[in-house]
Every structure is written in C-alpha cells, then in structure tokens.
Design a protein around this ligand. Structure first.
Ligand SMILES: N=c1c2ncn([C@@H]3O[C@H](COP(=O)(O)OP(=O)(O)OP(=O)(O)O)[C@@H](O)[C@H]3O)c2ncn1[C@@H]1O[C@H](COP(=O)(O)O)[C@@H](O)[C@H]1O
Length: 115
C-alpha cells in the first residue's frame, strides 16, 4: 500500500498556500511586508522568532487556554513557514516526512533508536 501523500491531507493546503505567499515575499519591500522585513533581517532573526513563538505556544497552553493556543499556534506556523522558505525547504518535504511516519508507533521508533 502506498503511503498517504499531501493530497490526502487537505488541511495542509492552507499551509501550502501560506508558504507560496511567504516565498513570494522574498525580495519584496520591507516597508510594505512583515515577511519581507523578516527576510531582510536574516536567518538569526527568523530563527529567533520561531523560538519566541514556540515559547508563546507553551505559555498559552500552561496559563492562557485553548483560544490562546490557537492564535499562538498560527503565529508559530507562519514563522515556521518563513523559516522553511529561508532554508529552502518546501512544505511537501515536511508532509512527506509526516506521511512516511504513519503506521509507525512513536514508541516503536524510539525503541529502534536504542542500541
Ligand atoms: N500569517 C501571518 C502572520 N502571523 C503573524 N504575523 C505577524 O507576526 C508578527 C508577530 O508578532 P509579534 O508580536 O512577535 O511581532 P513584533 O513584536 O512586531 O515582532 P518583531 O518586532 O520581533 O519582528 C506580527 O507583526 C504579526 O502581524 C503574520 N504576518 C503575516 N502572515 C501571513 O503572511 C501574509 C503576508 O504578510 P506580509 O508579508 O506582511 O504582507 C499575510 O497575508 C498573512 O497571510
């Protein structure tokens, strides 16, 4: 049986669309685009934002509640999309990696790593 591909996961399409918008902002005017501003600031700023937004998801989960988890998760996914674009990773590569893992228990995978 073939592994499920991105076409089997329509929810991923919004991230595909977002990533196309993000990639299209490369070289755009930083005065008119927050994404272009991030690209202009470079990899250090982009990775720092991903770390910050991940921390904000954690704080939302621990002290703020589900609505904050939703908005902070969206911020994190957006910044992750910028990181992918900056490092030359296409969303399809991430979807393929997730699809490859379907059917393998995380516990099995962990055990296979232990010598
Ligand atoms: N999804 C997003 C998105 N999520 C969050 N953000 C921005 O990310 C920033 C994160 O919030 P912070 O409070 O950390 O921002 P900040 O303190 O101003 O950030 P820094 O000073 O640290 O850079 C805010 O300015 C948000 O507006 C986003 N900016 C853009 N998008 C998408 O990207 C598209 C293109 O946006 P532009 O590039 O701005 O045209 C938009 O149409 C959206 O679809």
């Amino acid at each position: 049986m073939t592994a499920p591909g991105p076409e089997d996961h329509p929810d991923a399409r919004v991230l595909d669309h977002l990533n196309r918008v993000v990639v299209g902002r490369k070289g755009a005017d930083p005065d008119t685009s927050y994404t272009a501003k991030l690209f202009a600031k470079g990899p250090k700023k982009i990775t720092q934002k991903v770390g910050e937004e991940a921390t904000e998801v954690v704080i939302a989960a621990l002290v703020e509640g589900p609505e904050a988890v939703v908005t902070e998760s969206a911020d994190l996914l957006y910044h992750l999309s910028v990181l992918w674009a900056q490092t030359g990773v296409a969303p399809d590569q991430v979807w393929a990696e997730l699809a490859r893992r379907f059917g393998t228990s995380g516990l099995e995978e962990k055990a296979s790593r232990t010598p």
